[in-house]
Design a protein around this ligand. Structure first.
Ligand code: C2E
Ligand code: SIN
Ligand code: SIN
Ligand code: SIN
Ligand code: FE
Ligand code: FE
Length: 375
């Protein structure tokens, strides 16, 4: 391969990888970069899952993950010794006979593929811990053999990958953790007011279905799905005797109850994370009404963020259909009549229309996260 062609490949892939935060995409791009750099038939980036003692890799979007035991084959050997392996004679090699029979040759038997040449190179994180390895199989040339230069090139790709994957894994980890914190916080808020965790899940799903129906992007609807469950987080600060009062609230008690919107906003607004920013908006605005008669600020129409308008209908639909300490669940028919009657009053008329359009999906969510089934 000409040096300028190699440089072009490296430049193109590293540019894309640097701008990419999604772990699966980073893995796929790295494997493709390795494959193109040395003109291999196949290239795979394996990562260590120490919890399950497995190696895993992303295959294709439809197929998902491929997992093998941590000690399988040449890949496992390379990971445990920390050494690169380079062979061009998989079926006659004496040195790695054992490990090849548990790895590549066994896989060949199952898939009908013929492995001839193999390069395996472990890569490390910044602090030197082995994170996984690159595996390249069969050169696309007449004799299918790799050269020492291929080994050097792939080593270059591997050393870059360790650093890059470390940050992609970290942001993946942070996002997964965040999702969990958000759900847990939502459940704390709801459990104190004797509402179920399922209320949290239903409101999340209703909100994202409505968001998609309104034409919001997948990204924005995902953000809302994670943020909307926190709408009532401010209820953690409402005294028990009000929160769990089985009767009708006095005017004074209701005024205290209404502070949950602003309290929730103040709990969440300091974060710069997009999900938590969205959650702050939702907490602040989920009791605002389209006609301006809501609280805490009496916002009107499109002054209310679309996230607030969507969560409002999701929350009320769910509250009316649920048993509360102060009220019985309403029949579905009455709920739908009520929502229709509040079109343009409590609720954004466009949001009501999408809600009605999406009713089959909404009812599907309602029954799969039903409270009754869990008791
Ligand atoms: P929540 O129970 O989650 O209710 C959320 C929203 O659903 C209510 O907001 C209201 O817009 C709607 N909603 C719920 N039940 C009914 C109902 O029977 N009729 C009608 N028309 N709408 C209903 P809202 O009113 O701002 O209340 C906020 C929160 O204040 C409620 O959350 C609940 O925790 C509490 N709350 C409201 N009224 C009472 C009450 O009479 N007794 C007690 N103990 N708590 C109440
Ligand atoms: C890991 O790196 O811990 C495994 C990640 C996964 O299971 O997707
Ligand atoms: C190996 O490289 O020998 C193990 C991976 C595989 O099964 O192909
Ligand atoms: C996952 O949810 O994909 C596993 C978490 C991790 O990769 O650390
Ligand atoms: Fe609320
Ligand atoms: Fe709620």
């Amino acid at each position: 391969m000409k040096p300028e062609h190699l440089l072009k490949i490296i430049f193109e892939y590293t540019t894309r990888i640097t701008n990419e935060r999604n772990l699966d995409t980073v893995l796929t791009l790295m494997a493709d970069m390795g494959r193109d750099m040395i003109d291999a038939d196949r290239c795979t980036v394996w990562l260590i899952d120490r919890v399950h003692e497995e190696l895993w890799t992303r295959v294709a979007h439809e197929v998902g993950e491929l997992r093998i035991p941590l000690d399988a084959g040449l890949v496992g050997h390379s990971i445990s010794t920390g050494e690169s392996v380079f062979i061009n004679d998989a079926y006659t090699n004496e040195q790695y006979k054992e490990v090849l029979s548990t790895g590549a040759l066994r896989t060949d038997l199952l898939t009908g593929y013929t492995t001839k040449a193999l390069i395996v190179i472990p890569f490390r994180s910044n602090d030197g811990k082995i994170m996984g390895c690159f595996q390249a199989v069969n050169k696309n040339s007449n004799d299918g053999a790799f050269t020492k230069q291929d080994l050097e090139y792939l080593t270059l790709a591997a050393s870059y990958s360790g650093k890059c994957l470390e940050s992609a894994l970290l942001s993946h980890e942070i996002e997964e953790t965040q999702k969990e914190i958000i759900f847990t916080m939502g459940e704390i808020g709801e459990s104190r007011s004797k509402e179920t965790g399922n209320h949290v899940k239903r409101v999340a799903e209703y909100s994202s279905v409505i968001a998609r129906g309104l034409g919001l992007s997948f990204h924005d609807s995902e953000i809302l799905r994670m943020a909307s469950p926190m709408h009532d987080i401010g209820k953690v600060a409402i005294p028990d005797d009000i929160l769990n009062n089985p009767g009708k609230l006095t005017e004074e008690e209701y005024e205290i109850m209404k502070t949950h919107a602003e309290i929730g906003y103040n709990l969440l607004r300091k974060s710069s994370r997009p999900i938590l920013q969205a959650a702050a908006i939702v907490a602040y605005q989920h009791h605002e009404k389209w006609d301006g008669t809501g609280y805490p600020r009496g916002l009107q129409g499109e002054q209310i963020h679309i996230y607030g308008r969507i969560t409002a209908i999701a929350d009320v639909f769910d509250a009316l259909g649920s048993h509360r300490i102060y009220k019985e669940a309403w029949p579905l028919e009455d709920i739908l009549k009520y929502i229709e009657s509040e079109r343009g009053k409590h609720f954004d008329p466009r949001v009501v229309d999408v809600f009605m359009d999406q009713l089959p999906a909404i009812l599907q969510i309602r029954s799969s996260y039903s409270d009754v089934n869990l008791r």
